[in-house]
Design a protein. Structure first.
Length: 765
């Protein structure tokens, strides 16, 4: 199956004999110097209007906005008829459903959204009704308030009123000309007080803990609505026009990445400290593993370093620091407004790894000193309470990300105790990162002990997880030490523990062909007896039975795509990546990616149905991460003082212009296709760094760049010309590289392993 239109491989337009290449070198160098000394082209300003997506009644898509604090509003564009999500429709605050629906009422009759023409922007949903009334719905930053502007024929607008409804809502009358309500969700905390009123051409709905506070907030917000709307709009547009700028010649790619950037930002909130909502509608809370899987894509590749730091520090305050506790050193799995839960083994190593990623991007070593006690507790607690005799990390069946259990007896649907393969990879990474942090703060004893522990994990993994002969990686060891050879996508996370890269390539191919469908990565091989092709199948089995037994999870696409690109398989990776771009723009929630989907389409349907939450942080974030780190190839490592530049663009993309925040400054990049090759151009702004240029199949070289310097790399056939120019256009470095026989040979071996690679295909079972 083919996803998207991938252009055929180009034939060089210029056919010159190799003998003339050397003679042309001075001309090429002059052209490069001239291009590099010219100012960067002006970038057109990205507006929210340019991202507008029309939605038809037949599509009836999900739409959500947050206040960036603790409130979100969810609806469908035309009718709230989703079998699972409709219960959450309307305004929710800190996990409490406040009201379900709103309606514009004209002369006693509600305007019907099913008849409206709908356009969705990142800041608003706009419904135009047949009578000409236009409804624009927004949330505001930092306020649990709904702002609904109306426009259209003046005689009609004068007679329009706003009506709220919901099973938690009770009218308490009209006070000072405003309709008031109380909302109480059984068992969900305090009563919410709601005030609604009209100010000119706007309706305002405000929620607070007391009636007095709700009226005070209304008085404060009503006259400020134009300013607050403009500030929110400016903030969103700044995310797209500043250090997070991205434009490519592929309109679908550009539009999808811009949208996903903004819907991801909506999940970064301040509900209980700084954090990232796991997903909407029912995961409007912080999950440890989800937060730190999402953090690199949500906050680092997009340049939100201050927010990333705040999330890391905020989570650290919830760490169990009681040495007598069996959870000593763990960070919580779930942070709700009124509770904490520590039953996860992967959230803690992922926090350490996210901290490591943050420091590599930002260069902020002060945070290492600040949080080192938490890092130390996380490792020492695990060593004391959660390791076996071989140094592997142990855990309960439901303490990995595959945590679904049967109701009642809590038997796991996907047992992965007591030592899952991905947990060992995370533990190894936690130990390595911890050792690096220990050296930074001068704790040499810990650095030495943790480094030895990491090496032990690595050697034990090779001994007990990798099957001799086949090289297959087991998914887990059970309590008796028996290897479970179930094929799951968790093995993608373990491949860095293998010394043999050809063996890693073979395992990548094996997993890809069995688990990676053209629409995403499934959680179980279809040949396994526990495999369920549909996630949501009422009347057949509980959805949690399929949750990790076949269901596709888009967040897994990130690691699968990364592995494919690492082995040079860019075109298959691009096909799957492009499918998610199309998904974000055409299906499900407008501008975002869901939690899950069926592994196989239903009979007569071309695409699998979307399931789970309509918007999931780690799905969005992994899509962004793999684009910036592996397609654009920008991977800062300021702990080692380098910025890796290793672009791996597919043939479908000719030109791309982007910015990435690096340390205290910014890296601007521009990739363009020329008549007989490709040019890569970079400039460092307000920072200096050593850049490591990795263009296949040429030798890797490092270049020192000062602020304002520009590096231009021109690939033509089997040669690479690189020039580094100062901000004044003077050439500092000029070098020509030939292809590396060793890298060519290695890639040829990988290509043989992946020859004939195909996606997994739905099968009967």
């Amino acid at each position: 199956m083919t996803i998207g239109n991938v252009r055929a491989a180009r034939v060089p337009a210029l056919s010159l004999a190799l003998a003339f290449v050397a003679a042309l070198a001075p001309v090429v160098a002059t052209a490069q110097s001239r291009a590099a000394s010219e100012p960067w082209p002006l970038r057109p300003t990205v507006t929210l209007e340019s991202l507008a997506v029309p939605v038809t009644r037949a599509e009836n898509r999900a739409v959500s906005f947050t206040d960036k604090r603790s409130a979100y509003y969810y609806t469908q564009t035309h009718a709230n008829d989703h079998p699972e999500h409709a219960w959450f429709r309307g305004l929710n605050v800190a996990g409490r459903r406040v009201f379900n629906d709103h309606a514009l009422v004209l002369d006693g009759e509600a305007l019907d959204p099913r008849t409206a023409t709908v356009v969705v922007r990142p800041d608003a949903m706009v419904r135009t009704y047949p009578n000409g009334v236009v409804e624009t719905l927004r949330l505001l930053d930092g306020f649990a308030a709904l702002d609904i502007a109306i426009a259209g024929p003046a005689p009609l607008l004068e007679r329009v009123v706003l009506r709220l409804s919901g099973d938690t809502l009770r009218s308490t009358g009209v006070v000072e000309g405003r309709q008031t309500y109380e909302s109480a969700t059984p068992g969900a905390g305090p009563v919410d007080h709601v005030v609604t009123g009209r100010s000119g051409d706007r309706f305002l709905v405000v929620v607070a803990e007391t009636a007095q506070a709700a009226h005070a907030a209304y008085d404060r917000l009503a006259p400020e609505l134009p300013r607050l709307e403009a500030e929110r709009r400016a903030r969103l547009e700044a995310l797209l026009n500043g250090t997070g700028y991205l434009a490519a010649d592929d309109a679908t790619l550009t539009q999808a990445l811009r949208w996903i950037t903004l819907t991801t930002d909506s999940l970064v909130t301040r509900q209980r400290g700084d954090g990232i909502y796991a997903g909407l509608p029912w995961f409007n809370e912080y999950w440890g593993r989800d937060s730190f899987i999402a953090l690199p894509g949500a906050l680092l590749v997009t340049g939100h370093f201050e927010q990333a730091r705040a999330v890391l520090v905020s989570f650290a305050q919830f760490q169990d620091l009681d040495p007598a506790s069996r959870f000593y050193g763990r960070l919580p799995n779930i942070v709700k407004p009124a509770s904490l839960d520590y039953h996860t083994t992967d959230g803690t190593p992922r926090w350490v790894l996210a901290l490591h990623d943050y420091v590599r991007y930002s260069g902020d070593r002060a945070v290492v000193v600040e949080l080192y006690p938490n890092v130390r507790a996380s490792i020492e607690g695990a060593l004391a309470n959660w390791t076996d005799a071989a140094g592997l990390l142990v855990h309960a069946d439901n303490e990995t990300w595959m945590d679904a259990r049967r109701e009642g007896d809590l038997v796991p649907y996907s047992p992965r105790g007591t030592r899952a393969n991905d947990i060992q990879a995370l533990w190894h990474g936690q130990l390595q990162a911890g050792a690096q942090f220990a050296r930074l703060v001068g704790d040499e004893d810990a650095a030495s002990r943790w480094s030895r522990a990491a090496e032990r994990v690595r050697s034990q993994f090779a001994r007990v997880f990798v099957e001799r002969g086949s090289g297959h990686i087991a998914d887990r060891l059970d309590a008796a030490g028996r290897a479970d050879d179930t094929l799951r996508p968790n093995l993608f996370f373990t491949l860095d523990l293998l010394d043999d890269r050809i063996a890693a390539a073979r395992e990548t191919r094996r997993a890809w062909q069995a688990l990676v469908y053209p629409w995403g990565v499934a959680t179980l091989d279809a040949r396994h007896p526990l495999f369920r092709r549909y996630h949501f199948a009422p009347g057949r089995y509980h959805k949690d039975e399929a949750y990790h037994n076949g269901t596709v999870w888009p967040w897994l696409d990130g690691i699968a795509l990364q592995r494919a690109i690492e082995f040079g398989q860019v075109e298959p990776a691009w096909a799957l990546f492009h499918a998610n771009d199309v998904l974000a723009l055409q299906r499900g929630v407008v501008g975002g990616l869901p939690e899950t989907m069926d592994a196989h389409p239903h009979p007569g349907e071309a695409q699998p149905r979307l399931t789970g939450t309509f918007l999931q942080a780690w799905s969005n974030a992994e899509h962004l991460r793999v684009w910036y780190q592996w397609f654009l190839g920008v991977r800062p490592d300021l702990l080692r003082g380098v910025v890796v530049l290793a672009p791996r663009l597919p043939r479908a993309i000719d030109d791309v212009d982007f910015s990435v925040r690096v340390g205290a400054g910014n890296l601007r990049g521009r990739y363009t296709t020329v008549a007989d090759g490709r040019r890569y151009e970079y400039a460092l702004e307000a920072t200096a760094a050593t850049v490591r240029l990795d263009l296949m199949p040429f030798a890797i070289r490092e270049f020192a760049l000062e602020p304002g310097d520009r590096l231009v790399a021109l690939v033509r056939g089997d040669q690479l010309d690189v020039r580094v120019l100062s901000s004044k256009g003077k050439s500092n470095v000029s070098t020509r590289l030939r292809t590396s026989p060793e890298r060519r040979s290695t890639q040829a071996r990988f290509d043989r392993e992946f020859a004939g690679l195909s996606f997994a295909s739905p099968r009967e079972n």
